[in-house]
Structures are given as C-alpha cells and as structure tokens.
Design a binder for this molecule. Structure first.
Ligand code: KIV
Ligand code: ZN
Length: 515
C-alpha cells in the first residue's frame, strides 16, 4: 500500500488559544500544557509571541528548554525587534521555528497598516531574511489571506519562499471563507507559484462561521500539508480549528483524506481536560470528541444497536481518544514517593522542596475527604497551589458561610495579601454572592462579574468542584479558577485568583496595527 503524505499538526493553543479573552496562562501552566502536547506527539508547538510580554518570553524559553520532541515556535510580527526576541526565546530548543507575519488583504493594508502593497511585500521579504539569518526554520503568514487579492498572494508567496521561508501559512483570519472557496484558493496558489515545491503550505482557520474545521480539511484535500489548530478549538473570538476534530476526521475517514498524522490520539481527552481546567474554558457537553456526551447514547434504539453491533452508531471508539483512561492515581495511603512519581509522569515539576511539600500536605487533606484521587484531581490541586504561590497573590485563609432558607446568606472570610491577614463579612442573594461581596469590601476592585460556572473535576458526589469566575475591568477580561471539594471555598478561591491575575499587566496583541 502506498504510504500517505504526512500532515503536520501545528498547535497554537498557547499562542492563538491564549488570545481568547480571559484565557491567559502562567509560565508553569504553559509548560504543563506543552508537555501534554509533546506526549500527544504534536509536530509544532507555537509556545507564544515572544515580544508580547516578559511572561510570554519566559514561557517560550522554559518550553524550549523542556520540550525536546516537538518543534517549538514563536510568533513575531515582520519587524526586526520581534524576530530577534523570538530567536532569543528559542535558543534552548532542540528544533525551533520563527513564525513571522504581515497582513496582505487590501482592507488590512489600507486601514490597519496604512502601507502600499509593494512596501508590505518588501517588509515581508526583509523579515524572512532576518529570521533566516537567526534560525533555519522560518514560517511566513499572509494575515487575512482569504481576503487577499490572488495576484498579490502569488507575488508575496513566491518572494518569501525565495527569501527562505519553508512554510507558507494562509490564514482565514476572520473566519470568512467557505470550504469550496478556501480549498480552491490553496490549490490555485500552489499551482501558480513557480517555487511552491520548496515550501509546505499551511492553513490557520478561525471559526466565526463555524467552518474552521471544514475549511482546514478542504485545504488538506487541495494540497495543504500543515494545519494550525488548538485544543478544544480555543482561540481569538469564536476560536480556531479544533485539533481533536482535525486529527480524528483524518484518522476516521482514511478513505477521503490523502494524509496521515503522527498524533497519539489517546492523549486527546486528558489534554483537553488539562487545557480546560487551566484556562477556565469549560468544554460544552456536545462538543465533538471531547465533550462529555460525545460518546453517550441516550435513546433506546441507539443503545440497542450499540449493544448488538457497536459500529451501528459509533464511528470512533471512546477509548481511542482517551476516554476511560481516567486513571485512578492515588489514595489515602499513598506516600510522598508515589505522589512525586505520578506528578512527574504528568509533567508537573517543582522549583523547590517547599513547593512539593505544600502539594503533599494538600494532597493528604484531599485524600481525607475523597477516597479516590484521579489525575484530574492532582491537576486541579497543583493549579490551586500554583495560584497562591505568587508573591502578590490574594489567598483564602478562612471562610465561614451561614445559609438558611428564608434568610439572607452571610459570609465571613479572611484573606492573606503580602503576608498580612484581612477579614471582612458580607451578605448577598446567595452564599456565593455573599462571599464575593465580602471580598469586595476588602479589595474594592471595580470589576464586573461576567461569568460564574462550576464543573465537577471527576465523577461522583465527592468530586472536587472547579469554579471559573470571569471578571471584566476597562475592557480587560480575566478568568480565575479555584478547586475544592466544597464549592463555596472553590468560589472564593476562583474570585481571588481572578483579582490576582487582573493586577498583572496585559500583553501586546499580535494583530495590533502599525508594524
Ligand atoms: O489569525 C491569524 O491570522 C493569525 C496569524 C497571526 C497567523 O493568528
Ligand atoms: Zn489566528
């Protein structure tokens, strides 16, 4: 049988995914996700946008020093400063890539960049040359490619390949295209550009019309050999093409797609959970592949069919994508060595003995309340410890809630900030409202609560509750997370976490005008 061509899976959860309002991640969280992506055998991990903030720079650097199997990439605008910063962050990588881009559509060039097409072309070529002088692997993106004039797309593509770009990415930046149009665009471009054989053509689709996966797959049928995607479809606005859907479509419909990926699919569900728990973006139950209902059959007719012959209603096996690999990790009697080894397998590292001790103490406390501790519990526990670890974190010391039907709930709490304890009480419409009001008495944050949600970390009534709180202030949106077997405690932790993150300075956005 002829072997199929390889489709490069380029994951941008840590870069475009992080551009989802409120999805910002710490360096340690990014490293944990990068390790999970490496385990899944993602080919390229876009670890961030080095120039955007010191935090992003440090995260790319840490990932480049830790992840050795996947190629590590940093985004940069088509300017020297960005490119040099990206190269600097990637120094420790086994295999690194600089991804540089500039907008090429008439609407972006005229209104955003205020540049003539010839100047954009010259800047693109210059940027690729600078990048190639620093690293061998350079990707160039024509931002808003799907709204770019075809002749200009051909000119710029040929020129940047000539300058040394080895991957050409054609984003549907605003999620405007449809599958037949987008597929044809890729095919015509690859036919029209004389040096097209010297580059891999890549796609990067946004989901504004719900077509990101369909557009990406149409491009693959028409010659694209790299797809940029994110876990759970996270990303700017309506998100990016979802990694799990792309990978499983290619794998399930081998008869339709002329390519294969090297992704180890059993890591899909655990990675999806990790991303959801770190970013505070819950996965909708009916989400393909990773939603809680993706493999659940409710109707009697379906259940009957499945029992008689599984393939009647199932086109994929739940266990192939990592459902039911929900590993019973540890229990009450597990000691330090067992905890350390399991955390190591999960890619969780500690800077100091004290940090591990803190996790161990909390693990024992959790094991007292919950008989079986799963990997998901450990992930939530570690996130919780990391959240309180920053110097300026607002942390919960004590919480007491009085809630009786017919009476206004009351909350009394103590928090720690810069080694000092502060106490307050509050009443509210409900117990959670009372807690948030008590916290606000202490911090007076002037933020607006935009979202409050609770998810069970694992199954069972003794499961930890994971609370997400989304706060907004002057247009800036931050998600906070908190986990505990008591959801009121989890709620207080999540609110304090969001307030702590709100104090960090924002990041530069890559689609900012004026390169
Ligand atoms: O959507 C987009 O065009 C991007 C580019 C920066 C690749 O994210
Ligand atoms: Zn994008």
């Amino acid at each position: 049988m002829p072997t199929k061509e390889k489709l490069v899976i380029f994951d941008t959860t840590l870069r475009d995914g992080e551009q989802s309002p409120g999805a910002s991640m710490t360096k340690d969280e990014k490293v944990r996700i990068a390790i999970a992506l490496e385990k899944m055998r993602v080919d390229v991990i876009e670890a961030g946008f080095a120039i955007s903030s010191q935090g992003d720079f440090e995260a790319i650097k840490a990932i480049a020093n830790t992840v050795k199997e996947s190629r590590i990439c940093s985004l940069s605008r088509a300017v020297r400063g960005d490119i040099e910063r990206a190269a600097e962050a990637l120094k420790g990588a086994n295999a690194g890539r600089i991804h540089t881009f500039i907008a090429t559509s008439p609407i972006h060039m005229k209104h955003k960049l205020q540049m003539a097409p010839d100047d954009v072309l010259a800047q693109a070529v210059g940027a690729v040359k600078i990048a190639r002088s620093l690293i061998d692997d350079v990707e160039f993106s024509l931002e808003d490619a799907s709204r770019t004039e075809f002749d200009f797309m051909c000119r710029i593509t040929e020129a940047v390949i000539h300058a040394g770009a080895r991957t050409i990415n054609l984003p549907d930046t605003v999620g405007y295209s449809d599958p037949s149009e987008y597929g044809l665009m890729i095919k015509r471009l690859m036919q029209a550009v004389p040096n097209a054989d010297q580059a891999i053509f890549s796609v990067h689709c946004h989901n504004d019309l719900g077509l990101a996966v369909a557009n990406s797959l149409a491009a693959v049928q028409n010659g694209a050999r790299q797809v940029e995607c994110t876990v759970n479809g996270l990303g700017e606005r309506a998100g990016n093409a979802s990694l799990e859907e792309i990978v499983m479509a290619i794998r399930t419909r081998k008869d339709v797609f002329p390519v294969e990926t090297t992704i180890n699919a059993v890591h899909i569900v655990p990675t999806s959970r990790l991303v959801s728990s770190i970013t505070g973006f819950p996965v909708q139950p009916n989400k393909a592949i990773v939603g809680a209902n993706a493999f659940a059959h409710e109707s009697g007719i379906h259940q009957d069919g499945i029992l008689k012959f599984r393939e009647t209603y199932e086109i994929m096996r739940a266990e192939d994508v990592g459902w039911s690999t929900n590993k019973l990790s540890l229990g009450k009697l597990s000691g330090r060595a067992a905890l350390a080894s399991r955390l190591d397998e999960l890619g969780i590292k500690f800077d100091s003995k004290e940090a591990f001790n803190d996790v161990f103490v909390r693990f024992k406390a959790l094991a007292d309340k919950k008989r079986e501790i799963y990997d998901e519990d450990l992930q939530a526990l570690v996130s919780d410890v990391h959240m309180g670890a920053e110097e300026d974190a607002l942390t919960l010391v004590d919480l007491e809630v009085l809630s009786k039907s017919g009476q206004l709930p009351e909350a009394k709490l103590t928090i720690r900030y810069q080694n000092k304890e502060h106490s307050a009480d509050g009443t509210g419409d409900g117990a959670v409202d009372a807690i948030f009001k008590a916290i606000e008495k202490l911090v007076n944050s002037e933020t607006q609560l935009q979202l409050y949600s609770v998810n069970a970390v694992t199954q069972g009534t003794d499961s930890q509750g994971e609370v997400t709180v989304r706060l907004e202030k002057n247009g800036r949106i931050i998600n906070g997370m908190g986990a505990d077997t008591d959801i009121l405690v989890a709620s207080a932790k999540a609110y304090l976490n969001a307030l702590t993150l709100m104090r960090n300075p924002g990041r530069l956005h890559p689609q900012l005008g004026g390169v």
